[in-house]
Design a protein around this ligand. Structure first.
Ligand SMILES: Cc1cccc(C(=O)O)c1OC(=O)C1CC1
Ligand SMILES: [Zn+2]
Length: 332
């Protein structure tokens, strides 16, 4: 049982209240409800100066605001994932405060990491319901925070796609960790908050089968997200397809963990617990701002070799799975 310190800026009082989170580390979480500044000016302000708005999470209004409660509880769960599974103390490894702001803009169909904190829109009720409601969304945004404090892959083209993929991979892993080992693996992003009126349409992005999620043919002729390097998007939209080509690396990570046959190559899965160690080591030890797909493949193979060494000159099963997975998605 750990406690959450929540400071009420309105009255200046701070208080602790219990949280179901484990790990015992007090997390100083500030959750704001954004003034209706509108999306652009608010994002600009929060990016430039950090959000100086009035914090409104008083004891009563806090619990009356489901988005604030969701952002709060999800940030604790993700923080505990990094603490428990990777011995990482918050996003910077040094106990930085977790700050979330909800109700960004008007019906904003986005969530973001602005370099300092998590931001959540309410969604328009058609494309998205309140994005703060997605635990994997919080995991995704907070992982952008971890990335910015570690390899910090440049958010453009191939390195941006690897940035996005690492955010998806740890977003999914954090959610699966919180759901407990008894629950079935769920490798989809945003499935809890995407198209609330169309259940079962595979979430915003599927890591298990990227081709399940439709994508405008303005991006790719196939009309779906790519699951092979040869089908990557090469245009300039979406900062060079950072949310599109991420699916290629997402598929590789899924195969390493769960196994499967992909374009004629069979990958024997090595479980989530080993997969997350390999990707965390790759992120914190080998990837750099310019890392693209080729470097991602090399970092994952090297991390697997470090953690699960070759035996009598033969690669371990873990290393073999990484090699086969990247071969299967056509990353050289
Ligand atoms: C919904 C959304 C729109 C634009 C950017 C992001 C972004 O954070 O890259 C975004 O959030 C996600 O992709 C999370 C996984 C649901
Ligand atoms: Zn992202």
């Amino acid at each position: 049982q750990s406690f959450i310190a929540v400071k009420d800026m309105a009255s200046g009082t701070s208080y602790l209240h219990g949280a179901a989170a484990s790990g015992g580390n007090v997390v100083d979480v500030h959750t704001f409800s954004a003034k209706r500044l509108g999306e652009t000016p608010f994002l600009l302000l929060s990016a430039l100066f950090g959000y100086t708005g009035q914090e409104v999470t008083t004891k009563t209004s806090f619990f009356a605001d489901p988005a604030a409660v969701s952002a709060h509880v999800n940030s604790i769960k993700v923080n505990n994932y990094y603490q428990t599974m990777h011995k990482r103390n918050s996003l910077n490894g040094n106990g930085m405060k977790l700050v979330s702001t909800v109700h960004i803009g008007e019906k904003w169909n986005n969530a973001a990491w602005n370099g300092k904190q998590m931001l959540y829109g309410d969604g328009d009720g058609v494309q998205f319901s309140s994005l703060a409601g997605g635990l994997d969304v919080a995991g995704h945004e907070m992982t952008h925070g971890v990335i910015s404090n570690t390899a910090n892959m440049t958010y453009q083209d191939e390195s941006g796609a690897i940035n996005e993929s690492i955010a998806d991979i740890f977003g999914a892993l954090a959610e699966m960790h919180a759901s407990g080992s008894a629950s079935a693996p769920e490798w989809e992003m945003g499935e809890d908050i995407f198209t609330p009126n169309k259940p079962g349409d595979g979430g915003l992005r599927s890591l298990s089968d990227p081709t399940k999620t439709k994508l405008s043919t303005a991006y790719l002729p196939s009309g779906h997200y790519p699951d092979h390097y040869n089908d990557r998007y090469l245009g300039t939209l979406d900062k060079g397809g950072v949310h599109i080509n991420s699916s290629i690396n997402n598929k590789a990570a899924y195969l390493i963990s769960e196994g499967g046959e992909h374009y004629g190559i069979t990958v024997t899965g090595i479980t989530r617990q080993k997969t997350e160690k390999i990707y965390y080591r790759a992120l914190t030890k080998y990837l750099t701002p310019s890392s693209g797909f080729k470097e991602m493949r090399q970092a994952a193979i090297q991390s697997a070799r470090d953690l699960y060494p070759d035996r009598s000159g033969q690669p371990s099963a873990e290393t073999k799975a990484v090699i086969a997975a990247y071969d299967s998605v056509g990353v050289p």
